[in-house]
Design a protein around this ligand. Structure first.
Ligand code: DON
Length: 590
């Protein structure tokens, strides 16, 4: 694969150290003179064995039209990275409640030509005017809705930069070509499917109907004040114009050009904090993924500022010390829950943006550290979260986002989780652009120990600071073994790593793509001290047994989770794609 270096106007840092150096430099680096660093492969992220190409391509996405957009671009000669641009842009049109140009996200890439894995961090950053206590009132308490339903909730978006970067540095087609299906969908419109209407209605009922409704949001995204009904022709001419600008001038127009001024003025008009410099200084960071191993599987996942990869490594290392075959199923699930609890305690205590806080990744992902955690687990009894040492109470996450998984016929892969954070983000639209504001600032720990929209608590490692990336749970992941490849990820805020973990454990037991996507879910996040579970996750006997050990149960939140899975079996060459059977997505293989 050739790496094109033209028109990369924004900086791409190799790793967190360089990003730190750049930020410490005052964020005033002149892009034209800055080197564009090539994130070269390191030995630990190179794929262990070269494989023949799969010859078929697979895409799983939360909206069938977005998966089709990706397939269209592959058919036009694009690779998985061009397809990722097409799917991400089309999702912003077909399923705008979960992601879009006004949001951020993570793209985990694998280049088949050299086996290199790289993590493209397009997370939103806090504006320069952000302050640690900006969401607290005079008494030090969080002001209701300020971090979720106001323009102040919006971080500086990374998606436009990411799409340009993917096309320019990894793709084969011009950005404009890969954006074309999304532009068509926005301009000509499409009929809302019954499945998507139902999915969005459920989300609306559970979280979308409360609070005041912004008139521009209602004009662009609602029909009679509610999500569009089945069969409704959804046309988005403003968003089509914004996508056309991106296609014509690249992300430069968004961050440093004529569009930049329009966006900043409009967001300030809505009461937001964005400045021209905030957009001009936005950086994408290319990072080394987290790599873990578990019983013959090699797991490649998201590094900080996501907690996902560190959390997965910690839980899998903890579980490696137990022989599942010798355990009854209730004991096995008890151990999984206890490992989840401990890894979430560490998330709250240690994790944040690595450019601002020293995240002890080596410690948290070490098997020796996991052995220490294991020593504190009693097989017969829960450890109540408030008896776990470490978390000083000085540190807590929202539910709409999207994930897609892509494998092309050459073996290039993408696992991408992208987001606006809440349902349609802050539910504010930049007037005349169709662009929804994210509310990613809510992912910061706005007050030590105060729970955010996911009930997550957090520490000073995740406090608000200018230019900082809020801690994420998004966990786009590759899993490889001698048997084959699994690409997976999901929306679901703090529940994401648990769903990915259960997918990995199911894979280890031989599950196929459809079974992995359907795997019944359970989750523990340290606080609140409770097990969240789908009804099928535990038999009545297992549940009674776990209750005897001290576990308490709460229902799995209905609108959480949308796993998108692609698999490739090396022995048979079979390629499969599965969308979460609980939702309206699609898995396509061609
Ligand atoms: O970055 C995060 O962890 C959250 N902002 C993701 C939000 C999310 O997954 C909502 N999904 N249902």
């Amino acid at each position: 694969m050739t790496t094109r270096t033209t028109r990369r106007w924004f900086l791409v840092a190799v790793n967190a150290c360089l990003a730190t150096a750049l930020l410490a430099f005052g964020g005033t680096v002149v892009a034209d003179t800055a080197p564009v660093a090539d994130a070269g492969a390191s030995s630990h992220t190179a794929a262990p064995v070269a494989r023949p190409a799969p010859d078929r391509a697979a895409i799983a996405s939360t909206h069938p039209l977005a998966a089709e957009a990706g397939m269209e671009i592959l058919a036009k000669g694009g690779n998985a990275f061009d397809a990722a641009v097409a799917v991400a842009a089309a999702i912003g049109v077909a399923d705008p409640k979960g992601a879009g140009l006004g949001g951020g996200g993570f793209f985990l890439l694998h280049q088949a030509s050299d086996g290199r894995d790289v993590f493209v961090d397009a997370r939103e950053v806090a504006p320069a005017a952000a302050t640690r206590d900006m969401f607290l009132d005079a008494a030090g308490n969080p002001v209701p809705d300020l971090s979720t339903r106001s323009a102040k909730a919006a971080g500086i978006p990374g998606i436009p930069a990411a799409l340009d970067h993917l096309a320019t540095s990894y793709g084969r087609l011009p950005l404009a070509a890969s954006l074309e299906p999304a532009i068509r969908l926005a301009r000509r419109g499409f009929r809302n499917s019954p499945a998507m209407a139902l999915e969005n209605q459920l989300a609306y009922e559970s979280e979308g109907s409360a609070g005041p409704v912004d008139s521009e949001f209602a004009r662009v995204y609602l029909v009679d004040g509610k999500p569009p009904p089945a069969g409704y022709l959804i046309r988005q001419p403003d968003l089509a114009k914004s996508l056309e600008k991106l296609a014509r001038s690249g992300a430069e127009t968004f961050y440093r050009g004529s569009f930049q001024y329009q966006l900043v003025m409009a967001v300030r008009g809505l009461g937001g904090l964005w400045s021209l410099d905030d957009l001009a200084n936005y950086l994408i960071v290319e990072r080394e993924p987290i790599v873990a191993t578990y019983r013959g599987l090699r797991i490649v996942s998201a590094p900080p500022p996501s907690s996902g990869g560190v959390w997965l490594a910690c839980v899998l290392n903890t579980l490696s010390g137990y022989d599942r075959a010798k355990l009854d199923s209730a004991t096995w699930k008890h151990l999984i829950l206890e490992a989840m609890r401990r890894a979430h305690r560490d998330r709250a205590q240690y994790l944040g943006d690595p450019a601002f806080t020293n995240v002890p990744v080596a410690m948290l992902t070490s098997p020796d550290y996991a052995a220490g955690l294991r020593a504190s687990i009693r097989p017969d009894k829960v450890t109540p979260s408030d008896m776990l040492p470490g978390y000083a109470g000085d540190a807590v996450e929202q539910p709409h986002t999207t994930h897609f998984s892509i494998l092309d016929a050459e073996g290039n892969r993408v696992a991408a989780t992208i987001t606006l954070n809440g349902w349609y983000g802050a539910r504010l639209v930049i007037p005349g652009t169709g662009i929804l504001l994210n509310n990613e600032m809510d992912d910061f720990a706005m007050k030590p120990g105060a729970p955010n929209m996911y009930g997550l608590v957090g520490a000073s490692a995740n406090a608000i600071a200018p230019g900082r990336r809020p801690l994420s749970s998004m966990s786009p992941t590759f899993v490889e073994s001698d048997r084959g490849l699994l690409i997976l990820g999901s929306p679901g805020g703090s529940y994401i790593p648990s769903m990915v973990l259960l997918g990995i454990l199911a894979r280890q037991q031989g599950a196929d793509a459809a079974a992995i996507a359907a795997t019944p879910r359970f989750h523990h996040q340290y606080l609140p001290d409770a097990t969240f579970a789908e009804p099928a996750a535990f038999t009545a006997e297992e549940r009674a047994d776990l209750e005897r050990r001290g576990h308490t149960f709460r229902p799995w939140p209905e609108d959480i989770g949308n796993l998108q899975v692609v698999t490739w079996d090396y022995a048979t060459g079979a390629v499969a794609a599965a969308a979460d059977p609980r939702r309206a997505g699609a898995g396509l293989v061609r």
